[in-house]
Design a protein around this ligand. Structure first.
Ligand code: NAD
Length: 288
């Protein structure tokens, strides 16, 4: 079997076009979505992410506000900035780029955000809403993975799914989303025993461990749908996923490539979250 390669780039482009249309519609109603991105320090990877988020916003017609802050900023000053963004009517969404320098506790900094503007979906209020089945802003990467899964598989209900990784950013919210879709969900992590055997049961594999090529082809159940979230830069400078792609290609039913799979979906979902936040803040219903 040769797996279908899931084209995240194309799916993300379609989603961005949809967002741009929605931004234009909202403009007609006098609502202009805006995203404030806060970058603390000068981590090169974070700078790249922040730049691409700004570009994606502008392309979709969303206003973009960048706040670059010195790495030695004190927590109270950073929280002061977040307080101002919380009440700024031009700002529909706030994103604090992670990781933060070690002296800043991400729980405290993210906790200072108005949950209604937390477009990364990391605030405990949004995490709690997801866990309890209420409306909230959903973390972008898992949201993007779910869209890819929904497009690839007719019905998710009842399927055996495994999420490898239990971070607050990817693994846990991904597991919650799959549970919401009535999958039977296993969450694996670094202490899981006999991971290959656990993965072999799954019809859906979401790999988010951050370990290059860790998931081998012979771990994969024939025909499974494999979503590779991992982004690992090799010594040769190339990006690779958590799945041994060439091996998995022979066994899986469908698989996302790295790059060009989940990555583009993350940014598209950030734009969607920003627009969704803007609508909510103006009391507008979601489009049908
Ligand atoms: P993290 O380091 O916070 O979490 C990794 C998780 O993997 C942990 O829960 C850990 O228990 C588990 N793990 C580590 N080694 C393992 C092993 N050998 N077996 C089983 N589980 C293991 O990472 P994260 O922030 O969740 O990100 C995971 C990966 O996804 C990284 O490669 C990251 O770069 C990537 N990522 C991609 C996107 C995207 O847009 N595509 C977004 C966020 C993260």
């Amino acid at each position: 079997m040769t797996a279908t390669i899931i084209d995240g780039k194309a799916r993300a482009a379609a989603l961005k076009a949809q967002v741009a249309e929605e931004v234009a519609r909202l403009g007609g109603l006098g609502v202009e979505p805006g995203l404030a991105v806060v970058l603390v320090g000068d981590d090169p990877a974070s700078q790249v992410y922040v730049r691409s988020k700004g570009t994606a916003c502008r392309t979709a017609g969303i206003q973009s506000f960048e706040h670059r802050i010195s790495a030695d900023v004190e927590a109270r000053d950073l929280i002061g900035l977040i307080d101002r963004l919380n009440v700024d009517p031009a700002v529909s969404g706030i994103l604090v780029q992670l990781p933060l320098p070690p002296h800043l506790d991400p729980h405290v900094i993210l906790g200072a955000m108005d949950p209604a503007k937390d477009v990364d979906g990391f605030h405990v209020v949004n995490a709690g809403a997801l866990a309890t089945g209420r409306w909230g802003l959903v973390p972008c990467t898992p949201r993007g993975c779910l869209l890819l899964l929904q497009e690839t598989l007719d019905d998710l209900a009842g399927r055996e799914a495994i999420v490898i990784g239990r971070s607050n950013v990817v693994g846990k919210p991904m597991a919650q989303l799959l549970l919401r879709e009535s999958c039977t969900v296993t969450v694996a992590h670094s202490r899981t025993r006999d991971l290959p055997e656990v993965v072999r049961r799954a019809e859906i594999v979401v790999a988010a461990a951050g370990r290059t090529g860790m998931i081998r082809g012979d771990w994969i159940r024939p025909g499974a749908t494999v979503i590779d979230v991992g982004i690992n830069r090799g010594d040769d400078g190339k990006l690779r996923g958590d799945v041994a792609f060439d091996e998995a290609l022979d066994v899986a039913g469908a698989i996302t490539p790295v790059p060009g799979g989940v990555g583009p979906m993350t940014i598209a979902c950030l734009l969607e979250n920003t627009v969704e936040a803007a609508r909510r803040q103006h009391g507008l219903p979601d489009p049908a």
